[in-house]
Structures are given as C-alpha cells and as structure tokens.
Design a protein around this ligand. Structure first.
Ligand code: MN
Length: 192
C-alpha cells in the first residue's frame, strides 16, 4: 500500500513555546515526510508491498524497518498533542494503572523524564501496556517501538535532536519537561 503523510489536527504554530512552528514544520513536513517517501520506495516489489504499517514494523529489518518504525512512531507522537490541554493528567483506568505501577502520576513523570534524558543518542521513550495489562517505561534507540516486543504503545517522547534542537538546542531535559503541557491524555488513554 502507499503510505501518506498524516494530517496534523492542529495548526503548525498551535503548540506554542513547547514546540515552535518552525520545529513542527521541519519535523512533520520534512523529517516525517521523508520517512514516508522512503518507505514507499523501499517496499515496492517486496513482501511488504501490501502490508499495513504495524505489520511492517513488527516483521521488517534494516532500512524498511527504520522508515516504517519512524512513521508509526511519529504518527503516535504528533497525534497525542493538543494545543489546549483538555486535561493535564490522565483520568479513569489509565490514572489508576499509573498509580498502581508507579506510585503516583508525579513519580511516573519523574521516571519518564529520567528515561528520556538518559537515553544515549537518538531514540524514543515509551509508555506501553504489556499483554498482562502492566505499564512499562522503555527506552528504544533509533526507530524502536514497543510493538516489536508485543506491547501496546500508549505515549512517546521523541528524543532525536531534530525534535527539539531548533527550540532548545542541547537542553533535552527542558524540552521533555515542557511536553507534558501539550499531551492530550484522552488520546493516550484511548490507546489502551
Ligand atoms: Mn522525530
């Protein structure tokens, strides 16, 4: 199948000081668009030509995996943001699971931030749900996604430098802290 660049459900300048218009424009319009175009070229004539994105992410390796993984990761990333924080923390079932697993929402945030700042090089921090319903925070290098381990991805922070360098330069930790303000927890909980 031919993959397409996702449409953002908000204006490119809507994420304000957390992610600038310039970063959204490059990150979505250039980086993500390139992964989409690369994947469409790479899968032509292969066993993945008619596969859906999740299947490709689970089963491919090398260049096909790198581009498919980055498309899936960025789709989850960009669609979890809301310009106006509808709710500033999870509610319902997800909130309960976070309390059980991490003690409190504040402690979960602390552990998530620590994973993001300590990831060496390029990659992603994930909150995912295991098949037994337990939550996990994991660090994945490059295009990694918890789907590869059979877990369900819920929330992700992109810690590749292209995600924050225009706005924060080397201050990855500050960028990570800022992201909480634009997470739409209804979207995250909907992925459970
Ligand atoms: Mn990125």
């Amino acid at each position: 199948m031919t993959f397409e660049l996702i449409h953002l459900p908000y204006a490119s300048d809507a994420l304000g000081s957390v992610i600038s218009q310039k970063t959204v424009a490059f990150h979505h319009g250039k980086h993500l668009a390139t992964y989409v175009s690369n994947l469409n070229n790479l899968i032509t004539g292969t066993e993945f030509e008619n596969a859906d994105l999740e299947t490709i992410v689970k089963k491919s390796e090398g260049g096909i995996f790198n581009n498919a993984g980055q498309i899936l990761n960025h789709n989850l990333y960009f669609l979890q943001f809301s310009p106006v924080a509808v709710v500033d923390k999870p509610a319902g079932k997800l909130a309960q699971m976070i309390d059980v697993q991490f003690g409190s929402f504040a402690n979960f945030q602390k552990e998530f931030e620590m994973a993001g700042t300590s990831l060496f090089g390029s990659g992603w921090v994930w909150l995912s749900a295991g098949i037994d319903g337990t939550l996990k925070i994991t660090k994945e290098v490059n295009a990694g996604n918890p789907l590869r381990n059979g877990d369900k991805p819920l929330l992700c922070f992109d810690v590749w430098e292209h995600a924050y360098y225009l706005d924060y330069q080397n201050r990855r930790a500050d960028h990570i802290k800022g992201l909480w303000a634009i997470i739409d927890w209804n979207v995250v909980e909907g992925r459970l």
